[in-house]
Structure formats: C-alpha cells, structure tokens
Design a protein around this ligand. Structure first.
Ligand code: KG4
Ligand code: ZN
Length: 347
C-alpha cells in the first residue's frame, strides 16, 4: 500500500478533533474546543467535556472527511486516542471510532495520545531518524523518550518526579490570577520581563540529586519558590512585577528542559530532538531548545503551533506509522486506558 490514508480522532481532554493524513501529508484538520465552558471553573470539568465530545464528534469527523474530499470508504484505517486522558472523554471518542470502523469495515487503532504529540512532527520534518530522542511536554507529561521505532518501540529515559512543566505554569498562573489554562498567559508576560529578575531554582540539575537523576525533572520546587517569593512581596506591601516573575519562571523551566534534553542526545548519540505536547507551544522553551540545539549540533524538530496543542493530525499520523509498519489493528473490544503508559504505543 502506498501512502496510507488514515482518519485520526482525538477526545482525551477538552478538544474534539478529527483529521485525515495521507502518508506525510495533512489533508484536513478540524478542532472543536470546549475550553470556554471550563474557564469559569478554573480547570477542565470531565462531565462537561464528555458531553461536548458527544455533541461535536459527528460534525468534526464529517468536516474532516469533507475537507479532505473523501468518504469514509476511502480511508485505509481509523486511529483514535485510547489514552492517557479523562476516562469519560476517551470513552466518547473511542465508542464513536468503533462505530465508524464497524460500519465502514475499517481497521481501527487505539493509540497513545502522548506518542501522537511527537509523531505529528513528521508532517513538517519527514520520517523519524532511527533511534532518536524525544521530549514530551504536555499538560500532564514531561518526559524524555528514546524512540527506536515510533510504531513499535519507545522507552522512557527520564520523567518528572512531581509536576509536569505545563502543570507548574498553570499553578503559578492561578496564583497570579490568570484564567485557566494559564500557560499561554505566562508566555505572553514572560516576553516583557527580565528572566534573571528573581532567583528560581533549576530542579535536579546540581549536586547529588542532579547526578542521581540526570534525565528526570522536578518542577514542584520551582512552583513553591515562585509562590513564596510572591507571598513575601505581598506581605511587604510591594506590587508584584508580573512580567519579571513570568520571565524568571519561564527561563528556569526552559533552561532545565533544554539542558537535560541535550545531555540525553549526547548520551544516546542522537543528532535530532523531536519535541511535542501542548507546552511545546511555549515561546521561551522553543527559543531555548533551538539555541541549545545549534550549539550542540542537534537538529530540534518542534512542530508549528497548531500542531502542538491537541489535534487529530497527531493521531492520524501515528495511525499511518502503524499501518506502514504492518502492526495489527486493535482488538474490536479494546478498552480505553486513562493512564496509558508511554511505552505502549497502541492498544
Ligand atoms: O498537550 P496539551 O494540549 O494537553 C495535554 O495533553 O495535557 O497541553 C496543555 C498544556 C497546559 O498546561 C497549557 O497551559 C500548556 O500546555 N500550554 C502552554 C502554552 N500553550 C499551552 N504553556 C506555556 N506556554 C504556552 N504558550
Ligand atoms: Zn495533549
């Protein structure tokens, strides 16, 4: 089969998304978000998100097929995020995908959403080099992966011991009074501030802890340090220099991620670093990774912004990888896995 055509479906959190990928070409990409319905609660409410998926599923899929100029009968396979994510949300997408696969007589792959975040870079940069390192930075994950073969073998090199980078930003953002999700607000303010204005620790980079955890991350200390500093200033009756706080936080997090990722590339002799996940939209991280990549001779592959946040293209792209590799489709009765491990590419 030349250039498989795969319909990808995504419903792990607050985005209902569908896309069609043919080979390495994105033929359509449709995203409906229920973000605004959650904003006033300060976080995603699973029940609200699940209902929104149930409403958006058919319109999203229809639109993705229509934009690609295809009917369901034209696709070679369907891929859907089976985890990790919110159980009720996953159930809507997976049930819908199962119904489509059954009605259309199509093979169905229940794939790992997080691996999709790195797979999507192939749409921009072409196939993965064999044995590459990947940095996953999403709302729930901060991990370094060794990708031997994206369809078959992914190993975890390091991971966060506490908060994910996105989670750390969201928590500090809440402290500073930004609405959910706070990450993009910190990004915007950080561009205006001094990154060295306040001292923010770089977790697990020094001493015994750094030596013991060369590829692991810890961001809860960063969050606490910023929180203490802000509280101290407030107690002293001083105003909070929000831009400087954001810039200092962003610089610390981006530096740790870039340092450890480059260290991992050296260790694994990887000339490329694949980057993915919602947090890879962060401009301070993007700049730092590209800078460190240049000085370390590592090609850094960060997707364009619309492919960083949750979408169907990432799922469809991983589906294409599975079809190309000849991996068997998921069993028709496969379950969702809200805590799907990063080493499991497909159910
Ligand atoms: O991958 P994603 O869309 O959802 C998960 O699968 O977890 O990641 C969402 C995370 C949130 O924590 C959000 O605040 C963060 O990515 N994020 C950002 C930016 N855009 C999204 N964080 C910092 N700067 C941004 N520009
Ligand atoms: Zn995601």
């Amino acid at each position: 089969m030349s250039e498989p055509i795969v319909l990808g479906i995504e419903s792990t959190c607050d985005e209902t998304a569908a896309a069609v990928v043919q080979g390495r070409t994105l033929r359509s990409n449709v995203v409906a978000s229920s973000m605004e319905e959650h904003a006033r609660y300060g976080g995603v409410i699973p029940e609200i998100a699940s209902r929104a998926h149930a409403e958006a599923f058919v319109p999203c899929v229809s639109e993705a097929l229509a934009q690609a100029g295809l009917e369901l009968s034209d696709v070679d396979a369907i891929a859907v995020s089976a985890g990790p994510g919110l159980a009720g949300c996953l159930a809507v997408g997976v049930s819908g995908a199962k119904a489509l696969a059954w009605a259309g007589g199509k093979p169905l792959y229940g794939v790992n959403h997080v691996i999709g975040h790195i797979a999507v870079t192939q749409l921009q940069f072409g196939p993965f080099p064999k044995d590459t390192l990947a940095l996953i930075v999403s709302g729930g994950h901060t991990s370094l992966l060794h990708v031997e073969d994206v369809a078959r073998r992914v190993d975890v090199v390091g991971t966060t011991l506490d908060d994910a980078a996105g989670e750390c930003f969201d928590k500090v953002a809440r402290l500073l009074g930004f609405p959910y999700p706070g990450g993009p607000h910190i990004d915007r303010h950080a561009r205006l501030g001094d990154p060295h204005a306040i001292r923010v620790p770089q977790g697990l980079t020094q001493g015994k802890a750094g030596a013991k955890h060369p590829y692991d991350f810890s961001f809860s200390g960063v969050k606490t340090a910023v929180a203490r500093w802000v509280e101290g200033e407030q107690a002293a009756g001083r105003g909070i220099p929000v831009d400087d706080v954001c810039a200092s936080l962003a610089d610390s997090v981006a530096t740790v991620l870039a340092k450890k990722a480059m260290h991992g590339c050296r260790q694994y002799d990887s000339g490329t670093l694949i980057v993915g996940g919602g947090f890879s939209a962060n401009s301070q991280l993007r700049a730092k990774l590209l800078e460190y990549g240049r000085s370390n001779g590592v090609e850094v592959r960060i997707p364009e912004l619309k492919l960083c946040t949750d979408n169907g293209a990432m799922v469809a792209m991983l589906g294409v990888n599975l079809v190309e590799a000849g991996v068997a489709p998921s069993d028709p009765g496969f379950a969702i896995d809200s805590a799907m491990p990063l080493t499991k590419v497909v159910m």
